[in-house]
Design a protein around this ligand. Sequence first.
Ligand code: UDX
Length: 437
Amino acid sequence: MDDARPVDTAVIGAGYVGLTVGACLADLGHRVACVEKDRLKLAALRAGRVPFHEPGLPELVRAAREHGLLSLTDDLAAAAARAPLVFVAVGTPTRGDGTADLSALQDVVEDLSPVATPQHVVVVKSTVPVGTAEWVQGVMAHAGASVAANPEFLREGSAVADFLHPARVVIGTLHDGAARLLASVYRPMQCPILVTDPRTAEMIKYASNAFLATKISFINEVAAICERLGADAAVVAQGMGADPRIGPHFLRAGVGFGGSCLPKDLRALVACARVHDVRPLLLEAVQDVNEATRQRFIDTVESALGGLRGRTLAILGLTFKGGTSDLRESPALDIALRLLDGGAVIRAFDPQVGEEITGHLPQAIRCTDAYDAGEGSDAILLLSDCPEFLHLDWRRIASRVRGRLIIDGRGLPVREVATRAGFVYLGRGDRLPVSVP
Ligand code: UDX
């Protein structure tokens, strides 16, 4: 296969992974058909709207469509029949027992099977249990198609940049032709390309997310200890992170990890280990610390205010992290629900989430901005690291609140400015204040 040649490509599933893969490949000159079976999502995309917040993606989709390199369809068989390279990027949500639900992937493989040929390379991008690509290979064997596991490492909010400038690409396949084709597609990214067997590739994805989760739970546990000892957890992280063996990333103490990937992939790895008679002691502890971290934040609020019942709390940020509109497994949302359960009145605002707030938190008061949320509140809780919160006018908020207390669950760099505006600022790792103005 010629390195420079554009490849006709189909991407099945136009969520934030599939659409990013499709739009970026089109940007690199390949002709891509994105297949989406959700009619509402497809209609939105065709009308030029990306139905989730992903910076840079709408512009990339628009440009690729204008250049005739990106089409949007619900006809999987027709798209795949025309494309020798097929990426599968459908969701693999958690089932009740923690294992990954592969039904969407199974449906896709069933639809692909009749149109597959020896020229086809089917690439599993979805995060799937070890052994899944082998199963797909078994289904495709009759057609002579090749299969590869090619996990994604895209963060929501920076998915486009992560795709175009990856730290590494992992290709798991037993077929030289598939490895060569995928390597040629990724070559412009100029990053290390690791070619291995499918099982190892699938495990690299789970192990990577499990390790990121481990770093977060580690620093959250250190922060809990710092809180008792009067040490500054953020500076501890800085001091540790300067050691190249440790590294500075994913050491921000906060309210714990959430989102559509880390908790789900950790659960799936734990479940898979148990099925194979391995007790995943460390990974279980990572989950326990994550849960304890949320509760510790609630305990801090309760102690600082002398109880929750009847207290008015302004919650700023509900998404699982800043820069997204995604509420899946959001620690902020979970904390808000528990505070409501404890009898608090919640005034909530998130710059990326509108009416959806009411669906998730029917008892909360949805506010139009941070100033509105602060109105009459006993404390401001920062629960998502939204970039918008770095530019708030804290004096304006101070003039509307009842108690000048900020409890920051995200370590935003607002301590100084908020303190100047008259607030008591409580960060992760700080001791409780004596009195709140
Ligand atoms: C993650 C992985 O990073 C990505 O490689 C994978 O493919 C998909 O899952 P994402 O879910 O977008 O990406 O979120 P990420 O940026 O990894 O953050 C996950 C959670 O950890 C968030 O709730 C975030 O707020 C939290 N976090 C992250 C911390 O609490 N502290 C940190 O230092 C870093």
